[in-house]
Design a protein around this ligand. Structure first.
Ligand SMILES: Cc1ncc(COP(=O)(O)O)c(C=O)c1O
Length: 459
């Protein structure tokens, strides 16, 4: 069968276009720091924050944006966010402690860690950082720490169990809505050293409708509490706002159609050994969809935020933004991935070329797959080949799989076959665009005692 390549062309910010057109400094940095490197630029971060703020200001919604640090570990990012007057959502002792040590004001910090031990509560308490509480044991421990210090801890209550179209959203997080009212109402009696200031949720997935429903049900709770004399200062809607990695919807749809055809054997493979990316094949029938992040999104970032805010609430009969303004309720959000759109790239050096047992071209990179990994079954964005030398001969395009340095058959950097405009040479670079959100850090490991990738900032 003839090879028909299906591209997934990335959107590139100007700074990425510049470094790919003039890559000499990248070669120097790989020389200096080893391969791979994660290269960041703070300009897109500022643009992403400004875009959210523009929407919130348009609807006169008092707000604070907390960057979810778990999406990228570099301290420079929280520092830049804080300089812009926004905040940081921290998820561990070290995430919080580094932000405090960097001088970020405690009012610009919130602690949402999924597991909080006594030491973590003590750190938050000592610096008067607001803590988002998830369960009764955390209430108890927070009270104990606050009492021991003879002080208070400001707390937000995480909510879960929202109903959407007659279905309860399943979650392991938060206080169930059915019991949250009693819990919050009884806080001042049962936990006198905890100072309640707001409610919080973070939903799995990216649905606007579910976020609207969760806001409405949170506001119903807030109103009921107000009737009983309990004031709520803020409502935090967490993260989960989509971004768009790809230029073309047509390419995105064609890839998915091609993937199904390849799995059914009616076209050449698009993934290594025809990996189904999560689609199930039984006999000649396919079930389910590829379990991948929706890399193409017409509606993303500030467009999603505006959709949420302008949706008319069927319960309150006003747009969502009015629920905040009418109650002087501060809107909070914790975007991770969406603030990091276009903020970073990962660059790795070509170490070898070879054919596998079945004749597929493999390009070995000096990196491993934990350095480009998320919960998505594959990173469906075309990488960019940066040849070390301008080839004198006219080189033919070739198709290859990128493999990494862990000793596993499954050690593919991308499961998807990629197209290279020329046959790669040892020492060439491969740049993976838009990797700052989760891709570079979330799953990185030091197996085989390989060193972690260096993180650098551009310029
Ligand atoms: C509590 C909380 N807030 C914010 C986020 C950030 O989500 P995202 O990066 O999708 O915006 C997460 C992600 O897991 C989270 O658990």
């Amino acid at each position: 069968m003839k090879e028909i390549f299906l591209p997934l062309t990335p959107i590139l910010h100007n700074w990425v276009k510049n470094i790919t057109t003039h890559p000499a400094p990248l070669f120097q940095q790989i020389e200096q720091y080893g391969s791979p490197i994660n290269i960041h630029h703070l300009e897109p971060l500022k643009e992403n924050i400004a875009a959210y703020q523009k929407v919130l200001t348009k609807y006169q919604v008092a707000h604070q944006i907390f960057f979810a640090r778990k999406a990228n570990k570099c301290l420079e990012i929280p520092q830049a966010v804080a300089r812009m007057g926004q905040g940081v959502d921290t998820a561990s002792y070290r995430e919080l402690q580094q932000c405090i040590a960097a001088g970020i004001d405690s009012r610009q910090l919130v602690l949402t860690a999924a597991v909080k031990n006594k030491k973590l509560f003590q750190l938050a308490q000592a610096h008067q950082v607001t803590v988002v509480l998830d369960n009764n044991d955390e209430l108890q421990l927070a009270q104990e720490v606050a009492e021991e210090s003879g002080s208070t801890i400001e707390v937000n209550i995480r909510l879960g169990g929202f109903s959407v179209e007659g279905r309860k959203l399943p979650t392991r997080f938060g206080f169930d809505l059915s019991s949250a009212f009693e819990t919050i109402l009884a806080l001042s009696n049962n936990y006198p050293n905890l100072q309640y200031t707001g409610v919080h949720f973070h939903l799995n997935g990216y649905s606007v409708g579910e976020r609207v429903a969760a806001i409405e049900q949170s506001v119903q709770l807030i109103d009921k509490l107000a009737k009983h004399g309990v004031h709520t200062h803020s409502l935090d809607i967490g993260g989960g706002i989509l971004i768009n990695y790809l230029q073309s919807e047509k390419e995105w749809l064609a890839f998915h159609e091609g993937l199904r055809a390849a799995i059914l054997g009616t076209r050449t493979e698009l993934t290594y050994q025809n990996d189904t990316l999560g689609i199930v094949k039984i006999a000649d029938r396919l079930f389910g969809e590829a379990t991948v992040y929706p890399y193409y999104n017409r509606t993303h970032k500030e467009i999603v935020l505006e959709q949420i805010l302008t949706t008319k609430s069927s319960i309150f009969n006003v747009p969502i933004h009015q629920l905040f303004t009418e109650r002087k309720l501060e809107f909070r959000m914790e975007p991770g991935r969406s603030l990091l759109d276009q903020v970073g790239c990962t660059v790795a050096k070509v170490a070898f070329r070879k054919k596998d047992s079945h004749g597929r071209l493999l390009v070995g990179l000096e990196m491993n797959r934990t350095q480009l990994r998320s919960s998505s079954a594959d990173f469906l964005v075309d990488p960019i080949h940066l040849p070390q030398r301008d080839s004198k001969e006219k080189n033919e395009a070739c198709y290859a799989y990128l493999v990494g340095s862990y000793c596993l058959e499954q050690e593919l950097i991308l499961k998807r076959k990629i197209q290279l405009n020329s046959y790669p040479e040892i020492g060439d670079l491969i740049l993976f665009p838009n990797t700052a959100g989760y891709m570079m850090h979330f799953y990185e490991s030091e197996a085989h005692l390989f060193e972690l990738a260096k993180n650098v900032f551009w310029p």
